[in-house]
Design a binder for this molecule. Structure first.
Ligand code: SF4
Length: 454
């Protein structure tokens, strides 16, 4: 939801989780920054997106746009000198997961109603660096307490200890079976909760299968390790399941090959084996980070077909990351276009390809080989800048063929491309296109994602 949308929304009560309860994953104002001696790199700078159950969400952009850091932030794989900043929230809403986490981690589970009885969220804005705008509201009194606490500000004011990661919105936090609504806050999971989430609920397939496979163990043993950890399978049962998984991902003679080592597999087979490992824990979400980039074109097509088949037969939500617009068109239901740490356009796949709005998306589409009038391959001059300062301007401006004076002075935020297009947003001063340029610029001016200040 855009800042504008939340600002104009009628507040629905402090226990409102907003963002659409149907979303399985709800990423809000995600900011991941790397702090080095020389500079601060705002690799992810306040992005919002959702993943619905069974949906394939594409993330596309050039190298350096922040795609992989987004995936690693969801997986809890950001290491020093990087970290996810306060103000960020990644909600995981699967009810079974919320109940089982509330059961397993009762000391880390909180009732939002209980917090509300003890604290007025308006005070947070007096006592911390938080701003209502970063939660999408103009008035501090409208901001639900759960938003403030999930984003980490409750710790600053002593309302929470920093350890809580399960938030119960409806039901008794002490009786997990009674919970009807809630979420696990992925920016706050750690330790055993992190291990259960990573691999158990969300799995990841990396670009290079060799980095995911250990060369000194058989492929079967590596799948069995995952089966043991997440499903408790051992012995013959695990061997059988590992072979079944290899067969399911299209490895011929799987019962024999389960005993082979990674070097005995071809590149395409290795990627299939990695996908089998990722499926071993029966995830709800499969994150695929450029899973076909290291493969030749025919194998790439096979792996894409395999991922589509898995998505359909196992009802897994997929977050698919690539720099390739052609691949994104093939696999995605919805597309988020990233540039320099921000999502600059978001839409369902058909409208995005039929009617791209952001000049960067237009540039990416024009640079697909074969799509040009006259046969000359278009390029986007220049390269993605390193986002190392708070944006006060459009980061695409130096490369944008449509740039005008205000683009250097106003930071565009995602807004609907026109008033009928709730599901199609662009972070560009030219939008909403049914408003005058002055009115559109006024919408963008002065808005900030906010969050922790380094
Ligand atoms: S805000 Fe300006 S520079 Fe940025 S994409 Fe839009 S027109 Fe181009």
């Amino acid at each position: 939801m855009s800042t504008d949308d939340r600002s104009s929304a009628t507040p629905t009560g402090a226990t409102d989780d907003g963002g659409g309860d149907e979303s399985l994953v709800d990423v809000r104002n995600l900011q991941t920054t790397f702090f080095t001696d020389k500079e601060t790199i705002r690799a992810i700078d306040g992005i919002d997106f959702t993943i619905d159950p069974g949906e394939t969400v594409g993330i596309v952009g050039e190298s350096g746009s922040g795609k992989s850091v987004t995936a690693r932030s969801l997986m809890g794989l950001i290491e020093s000198p990087g970290r996810v900043l306060r103000g960020s929230s990644i909600r995981y809403r699967d009810l079974d997961t919320v109940r089982s986490f509330a059961d397993a981690f009762s000391g880390r589970t909180v009732s939002v109603a209980d917090l509300e009885s003890r604290y007025d969220p308006v005070r947070v804005f007096d006592q911390t660096a938080a701003t209502p705008a970063e939660f999408g509201y103009a008035d501090p009194a409208d901001v639900p307490l759960v938003d403030v606490v999930a984003a980490g500000y409750g710790d600053e004011v002593g309302l929470t200890s920093g350890d809580e990661c399960v938030f119960v919105l409806d039901g008794d936090a002490g009786d997990p079976s009674s919970i009807r609504r809630g979420f696990v806050e992925l920016t706050r999971v750690s330790g055993e909760a992190q291990r259960k989430m990573r691999g158990g609920r969300i799995s990841m397939v990396f670009q290079d299968p060799l980095t995911s496979l250990n060369p000194v163990y058989t492929v079967g043993n590596q799948i069995k390790e995952s089966l043991s950890l997440h499903q408790g399978l051992t012995g013959k049962e695990a061997t059988q399941e590992a072979a079944d998984l290899l067969e399911a991902v299209g490895i011929p003679d799987a019962r024999r090959r389960v005993n082979e080592y990674p070097h005995q597999f071809s590149g395409g087979m290795r990627q299939r084996a990695v996908i089998a490992m990722a499926l071993a824990c029966e995830p709800d979400v499969l994150i695929c980070d450029e899973p076909t980039t290291a493969l030749d074109v025919t194998i790439q097509a096979q792996i894409l077909d395999l991922i589509a088949e898995i998505q359909e037969t196992r009802d897994v939500a997929v977050m698919f990351i690539t720099h390739d617009m052609g691949v994104i068109a093939d696999v995605s239901d919805r597309v988020n276009v990233m540039y320099a740490g921000e999502i600059v356009e978001s839409a369902d796949v058909e409208p995005l390809f039929a009617n791209p709005k952001h000049p960067y998306t237009e540039g990416l589409l024009n640079s697909i080989p074969g799509g040009q009038v006259g046969g000359r391959l278009a390029t986007i001059d220049g390269s993605v800048p390193t986002p190392n300062e708070e944006p006060t301007y459009c980061r695409f401006a130096p490369r944008c063929p449509k740039a005008f004076e205000e683009c250097e002075a106003v930071h565009p935020i995602p807004v609907p491309v026109d008033e009928t297009a709730d599901d199609h947003t662009a972070a560009c001063l030219l939008y909403p296109e049914d408003e005058s340029t002055e009115a559109a610029i006024a919408r963008h001016r002065g808005r900030s994602h906010g969050g922790e200040r380094e």
